[in-house]
Write a protein that binds this ligand. Structure first.
Ligand code: 5GP
Length: 140
């Protein structure tokens, strides 16, 4: 399967649709998931086009995971979480719905269940507030 440049995260990278950004560097972008499974649910993507882990350049994977680590620590602190779930799907059979490589970062608290994977769209004011909390924890 090849990379399709019309996917929603490619549009975010091109600035064609907005996102609630939490972090950006030369190789990666992190922003809030619009259907968060947990408060503070962020997504980290490489700027280099790849459909998922299976076709990704290892350099893009390295840069992406370095950003995942930063965002995970910041989100854990920002939301007073006890842990952070890192999740990543490859192809539709494995649950992938957007075909630009991405990693989910979800702060977790004991006894607080995750919301459904394709659940309700969150309020944009809430997402903006959550993004600001993570940015503050990142020192941005
Ligand atoms: P996956 O492909 O790993 O199943 O998940 C894709 C994720 O992207 C979902 O958690 C979904 O909520 C999120 N998502 C889908 N469309 C958009 C969008 O337009 N903006 C943002 N920020 N997230 C999106």
């Amino acid at each position: 399967m090849s990379y399709d440049t019309s996917n929603i995260f490619a549009k975010i990278l091109r600035g064609e649709i907005p996102c609630h950004k939490v972090y950006e560097d030369e190789h990666t972008l992190a922003f809030m998931d619009v259907m968060p499974q947990a408060d503070g649910h962020a997504l980290v993507i490489p700027k280099m086009p790849s459909r998922n882990l299976l076709d990704a350049d290892p350099r893009a994977l390295g840069a992406m995971m370095a950003t995942v680590q930063k965002v995970a620590a910041a989100a854990k602190q920002a939301f007073g979480a006890e842990g952070v779930l890192i999740q990543q799907f490859n192809e539709a059979a494995a649950g992938q719905t957007v075909f630009h490589l991405h990693v989910h970062v979800m702060p977790r608290k004991t006894g607080v269940p995750l919301r459904p994977h394709t659940g309700a769209m969150a309020d944009h004011a809430v997402l903006a507030e959550h993004a600001a909390k993570i940015r503050a924890a990142l020192g941005a």
